[in-house]
Design a protein around this ligand. Structure first.
Ligand code: CAA
Ligand code: FAD
Length: 380
């Protein structure tokens, strides 16, 4: 497989790298500590085109491919995974879902704002009783003729309080099980829509995660996405691409931790020499480098599959499964290489270690990725 990057890809990667170093790095520790949403930084990401990268320019997007998107995700994640999850949700769940399955009116009304970053989106599938088991949706959307009435609770929603528009999955025809589920565009200020308290989190603490409560929220029929009953397929198809974004996030966390560990190992001395000269440390670096390269190949393969209009359910799941493990393993070793300094905030690696964990949980846990992968290989 040819992973040669074009001039445009290199430009986007360098722009994301510069932005992350110059505008995300200052204040990243403080935002993590205070669980502060990166309002200014998100605004800048919108201005720089990072929030609607793959959207057709006619709707205000950058018209770029998935390879460009994963390159930007990796660079932003090296520095601030709280920002990259916002990029990921807005690009690969909300914008992609709307552009691919929304109708022209929905695109004009919502996508044009989401692609430019004027508005932010959220993707609301998980519920207190329906996380991995996503078909067991308890939130209901009752068909009232010209509108639906939405009732229920969504859990752990990224951009929960900062979003303007929410893609909400709900059950309309319980008897039809997953074939009775629908997806809706819900606006924040609609009556009956309540945002629950902010979750206190281990990692990605700058990103705001909330439960959302719907009490008789009236959703106009024109805000349903696709045909009646398309909602579960909508969620699954959208998540297949979303997982490539999270795989790139995991890759970025791993690469960020590795770069810090490599630098530190060349500076820190113990027993009369730089610690990288101790084979135990050098071998850790060798493992990290090898695993990161392998993860990068899986991420690029999945991105290329998507760009080449090939099936990417399997390659995306493999990329996420592997890259998220590499993120966790690499970040833990990066802390180890930093010794005591690894345990304090100013060296960044402890935050990367805390941030890494979520990549094995959201957009389908590692166990769920193994279900997707094993079903695909057994079917073949
Ligand atoms: N594309 C299209 N359709 C798909 C699909 C895909 N990738 N995967 C499944 N489907 C379809 C199936 O074909 C089936 O439809 P038919 O009956 O018409 O064939 C239907 O969906 C149900 O599929 P399964 O029978 O396979 O359903 P299941 O109950 O066994 O569950 C699952 C499948 C893969 C485990 C799914 O429930 C799942 O992905 N769970 C994880 C949920 C998840 O990833 N949540 C993430 C929330 S968003 C998030 O987390 C964002 C963030 O943090 C930033
Ligand atoms: P459960 O499904 O209860 O799983 C618990 C454990 O059991 C896991 O280890 C799981 O892998 C395992 N397990 C479950 N079923 C099986 C099985 N069949 N075989 C083997 N093992 C199994 N959701 C959204 O919809 N939108 C968002 O924006 C969003 N953002 C999030 C942000 C954060 C910070 C967090 C923490 C979560 C977010 N989520 C979001 C929810 C996330 O997608 C779910 O937490 C995830 O899908 C797992 O669901 P669960 O927490 O209910 O775990």
């Amino acid at each position: 497989m040819d992973f040669k990057l074009t001039e445009e890809h290199l430009m986007i990667r360098d722009a994301a790298r510069d932005f992350a170093r110059n505008e995300l790095l200052p204040g990243v520790i403080e935002r993590d500590e205070k669980q502060e949403f990166p309002t200014e930084q998100v605004k800048r990401m919108g201005e720089l085109g990072f929030l609607g990268m793959m959207v057709d320019p006619q709707y205000g997007g950058g018209g770029m491919d998935t390879v460009a998107y994963v390159l930007a995700m990796e660079e932003i994640s090296k520095i601030d995974a709280s920002c990259s999850v916002i990029v990921s949700v807005n690009n690969s769940l909300v914008c992609w879902g709307l552009e691919t399955y929304g109708n022209e009116e929905q695109k004009q009304k919502y996508l044009t704002k989401l692609a430019t970053g004027e508005s932010i989106g959220a993707f609301c599938l998980s519920e207190p009783e329906a996380g991995s088991d996503a078909t067991s949706q308890r939130t209901t959307a009752i068909d009232m003729g010209d509108h639906y009435v939405l009732n229920g609770t969504k859990n752990w929603i990224t951009n929960g309080s900062s979003a303007d528009y929410y893609l909400v999955i709900a059950q309309t025809h319980k008897e039809k099980k997953h074939k009775g589920i629908n997806a809706f565009i819900v606006e924040k200020n609609w009556e009956g829509f309540e945002i629950g308290p902010k979750e206190q989190k281990l990692g990605i603490r700058g990103s705001d995660t909330h439960s959302l409560i719907f009490n008789d929220v009236k959703v106009p029929k024109e805000n349903r996405i696709g045909e009646d009953g398309f909602g579960f397929k909508f969620a699954m198809k959208t998540l297949s691409g979303g997982r490539i974004g999270i795989a790139a996030q995991a890759l970025g966390i791993a690469a960020g931790a590795y770069e810090l560990a490599l630098k530190y190992s060349k500076e820190r001395k113990a027993f009369g020499t730089e610690i990288c000269n101790h084979q135990a440390i050098a071998f850790k670096l060798a493992d990290m480098h090898t695993q990161i390269e392998a993860a990068r190949h899986l991420v690029m393969k999945a991105a290329k599959d998507k760009d080449n209009h090939e099936n990417y359910d399997l390659s995306g799941a493999m990329a996420k499964l592997y890259a998220s493990k590499v993120a966790m393993d690499t970040a833990i070793e990066a802390v180890q290489i930093h010794g005591g300094n690894g345990y304090v905030k100013e060296y960044h690696v402890e935050r990367l270690m805390r941030d890494a964990k979520i990549t094995q949980i959201y957009e389908g846990t590692s166990e769920i990725q193994k279900i997707v992968i094993s079903r695909a290989i057994l079917k073949d």
